[in-house]
Design a protein around this ligand. Structure first.
Ligand code: COA
Length: 257
């Protein structure tokens, strides 16, 4: 696959993906979005990968937003198409990945950058991280799922305040609101992501995939999350990893997933 704006490294069943436009603070232009969508499609099927870590190149930014220079002249129709395509081919696709995606937020995560982190399943950040949805300062609203996913994570009141003020949160505040789950020094961020990935990989990949789907189902229109949970709970029993997990427990040994 030809990628010019993404770095990919696979090691010990972890795929490390870095958005690599540091001079533009990793802003999401057309090419980055296309490459991200294509890559996540591939990683979703890649049996050699069990956890994906998404981060930004350089020390300053995770992603400072959608590339403003690309849409500054857009019409309403073009704006709608941009949002629809981005949501469907990138942001929803990341959210629907059947293996955990960890956002390692290493600096600014603004606008589309925060929305990218919101599409991931877990977020950790370095102490220098700054997060926000400043779109209203540009005369537009978040268009890559931010008006939905931010309230789901931190509550409607806090999310509304952030969106209508456009202000940035620091890592400490983000931790308090539940937007992120850990804050560490920047030099420790990737090692922390690796430790988290290792913990996840002690568990059954099938059960993890089922759990991700069950959790997501509660936020889908017209889907009964409790019913989905019952079905997915049942489905786990016919999977060999359930046998391995329960036999390992009863045999007082560590499960080998
Ligand atoms: N789109 C396009 N280019 C961007 C960008 C974005 N979202 N964010 C940063 N850049 C570019 C800058 O234009 C600049 O390019 P240049 O060197 O060719 O002039 C480069 O990245 C470095 O950014 P700069 O603004 O000089 O860095 P800074 O440290 O002074 O400020 C930010 C950092 C994040 C506060 C500032 O870049 C910013 O406000 N970015 C836009 C954030 C935003 O509104 N995002 C939501 C978009 S929907």
């Amino acid at each position: 696959m030809n990628r010019s704006h993404l770095l990919l490294e696979k090691q010990d069943k972890i795929a490390w993906v870095s958005i690599n436009r540091p001079k533009k603070l990793n802003a999401l232009n057309r090419e980055v979005l296309q490459e991200l969508g294509d890559l996540f499609l591939t990683l979703n099927e890649d049996q050699s990968v069990r956890v994906i870590v998404l981060t930004g190149s350089g020390e300053k930014a995770f992603v400072a937003g959608a590339d403003i220079s690309e849409f500054a002249e857009f019409s309403a129709i073009e704006g709608e198409a941009l949002s629809r395509k981005g949501q469907q081919t990138v942001f929803d696709q990341i959210a629907n990945t059947n293996k955990p995606v960890i956002a390692a937020i290493n600096g600014f995560a603004l606008g589309g950058g925060l929305e990218l982190a919101l599409s991931c399943h877990v977020r950790i950040a370095s102490t220098n991280a700054k997060m926000g949805l400043p779109e209203t300062s540009l005369g537009v609203i978040p268009g890559y799922g931010g008006t939905q996913r931010l309230p789901q994570l931190i509550g409607r009141g806090r999310a509304t305040e952030l969106i209508i003020t456009g202000r940035m949160m620091n890592a400490e505040e983000a931790l308090q609101t539940g937007l992120i789950t850990q804050v560490v020094a920047q030099e420790d961020l990737l090692a922390t992501a690796a430790t988290l990935a290792q913990k996840i990989m002690n568990n059954s990949p099938n059960a993890i995939a089922q759990a991700l789907k069950a959790i997501a189902s509660g936020y889908q229109d017209g889907v009964d999350g409790y019913r989905e949970e019952i079905q997915r709970f049942g489905a786990c029993f016919s999977h060999p990893e359930f046998k391995e997990g329960t036999q390992a427990f009863l045999g007082k040994r560590k499960a080998n997933f």
